[in-house]
Design a protein around this ligand. Sequence first.
Ligand SMILES: Nc1nc2c(ncn2[C@@H]2O[C@H](COP(=O)(O)OP(=O)(O)OP(=O)(O)O)[C@@H](O)[C@H]2O)c(=O)[nH]1
Ligand SMILES: [Zn+2]
Length: 348
Amino acid sequence: MARRALDESDVRVRPSRRGTRPRTKTRPEHADADRALVTGVDRGRYTVLVDADGPDERVAVAMKARELGRERVVPGDRVDLVGDTSGSEGSLARIVRIVERSTVLRRTADDTDPVERVIVANADQLVVVTALADPEPRTRMIDRCVVAAYDAGMDVLLALTKADLADPAPLRALYEPIGVRVVVSSRTDEAAIEGLDEVREALAGRMSVLVGHSGVGKSTLVNALVPDALRAVGVVNDVTGRGRHTSTSAVALRVPGEPGTWVIDTPGVRSFGLAHVDPDHLLGAFADLAEVAEDCPRGCTHAADAPDCALDEWVEASPDDEARAARTARVDSFRRLLVSRSGSPEAG
Ligand SMILES: Nc1nc2c(ncn2[C@@H]2O[C@H](COP(=O)(O)OP(=O)(O)OP(=O)(O)O)[C@@H](O)[C@H]2O)c(=O)[nH]1
Ligand SMILES: [Zn+2]
């Protein structure tokens, strides 16, 4: 089939009962498709929010149109829908197109599946939920999350829980210098979590993916942020009768407050596939170091044992002790992340 470049004729203004808005008509046969956000996936059925945050917002159930082939549709995806998009009981729409993704997050390949599959699309922030104690924080796991997020072009929010049990200062000192925002919560009695306002503020208006090991308090945090009544949006139990706690795939939940605030909970996902991460791409998340590394020998790995790495010369050339300490910390942090790419994802 001949491809042609898109021009203005591909964008038309469609008068509709929802008002007028420009539409991209890349597939003429689906020019009247509705745009929707994928919030949940369960065995070939997709829960979607049609016209999200618009006047006709509604939850609908969809399946993939055959023309999409094997392409995966994941929570966070924006899709075009045709067919019965009403969302009324028993209705089933068809997903005919996946809108180009701004970010993708891949889960770790493992023994049961050697492929690093995309699990979440379009998230702009990775929230690493880490308990300050019980269980002990695992910095290697946090490092791997930072690498995955930076490689995907996402920000990292470190949500430290259980501050009633241990001091957050050491972890702050380790992660704030590499651009990670840190929020802290604690529980002083059974009923209340403290520090939620700061967490909400850090999530406002963004699509965030939450990860964390069992027992770190992720469910506690999600339950506090997302009232039960709102769960329906992300839950696939309209179709299957199963609740989110038995769901094994990621689910997007709307956080009340600023429009466009979503958290994507990823049950069972504790780490990410990093095999595809290229050191120079990771370096891109460290603008100061990337500039320095322009003087590296061709093919430099920038690792601690790399010969003539410009990062070492940069530390050497520090004008004073203070600058040397700061530069050393930057280079060491970057190299720590580099090293974390290899080895077992489950190692702590
Ligand atoms: N002391 C203290 N305990 C907390 C805090 N937040 C959660 N917990 C407790 O930590 C335990 C684990 O919390 P969950 O929210 O179930 O942890 P989770 O990360 O969802 O773990 P899974 O459900 O196994 O995935 C529970 O007993 C919570 O009550 C906190 O800030 N301080
Ligand atoms: Zn180098």
